[in-house]
Design a protein around this ligand. Sequence first.
Ligand code: G1P
Length: 290
Amino acid sequence: MKRVRKAVIPAAGFGTRFLSATKAQPKEMLPIVDTPAIQYIVEEAVESGIEEILIITGRNKRAIEDHFDTSVELEQLLQQQGKKKQLEMVRRLADIRVHFIRQKAPRGLGDAIYCAKAFVANEPFAVLLGDDVVYNPEYPCLKQLIDAYDTYGSTILGAQMVSDDMVSSYGIVAGTPITESVYKVDGLVEKPKKELAPSNLAVLGRYILTPDVFEQLERIPLGAGNELQLTDALAQLESPIHALAYEGRRYDVGNRFGYLQAMLEYGLRNETVSEALKEYLKSLNLDEFQ
Ligand code: G1P
């Protein structure tokens, strides 16, 4: 069985939910405390043992390419100023093997993944969606999926239970539990109505895919929102699929409230601001904000 060495990160979306912040900059570069959201995702991939990353971009996304490039002037300045920690950090970012390709039109997640066909070259690969930031410093979310792939050798969907009112926002799994956290997937529905959802187990931003997904992406018609849906291609696969209920605090940074939750909680974990932030939160009189 081939090892999972490659990861694909789709980052071509317009980020309309974050206008006007995203008019001239990619939503993936919005910071959570002091770090762009996409850096958390890339670091999770690297910590999970991924060696090559392909980011699918589009127009207005050059800041992402710059972020993972060498910045000679910045490095010189940090060296002159003796800022060793920052220098190490910017060098580490430029050392990660990140490649870029542009999706030419916003035709959906399935189409974005299809752009990775040549990069993937017939190997199993990981997909990490930038809207889902998962905090688990002990056991990175993607590593949990890779370990499940090593056990089952199948497509693995990263999932968690969501409340009834949220099922219509996600891909939902119909499955049979085979361990405490692993389900054999019998069916998948993209964003079903609450009454039609087969369960509350939602696919949340992490996948290990096998290359047969590309044949299905070529075959399926446009789905929800008139876009090529990854979920529809997965639902057509003949090879087995498992869903892993992964462990970790997951933030949906693709919506305002999830983004604010992430900002607050990462702030509360950040040693340089945590104490001051706790004091500040305690001092707030919430009744003033009516
Ligand atoms: C995508 C997928 C969906 C998944 C969700 C969260 O939807 O199509 O199946 O549950 O991401 O990871 P989007 O949020 O891009 O509309």
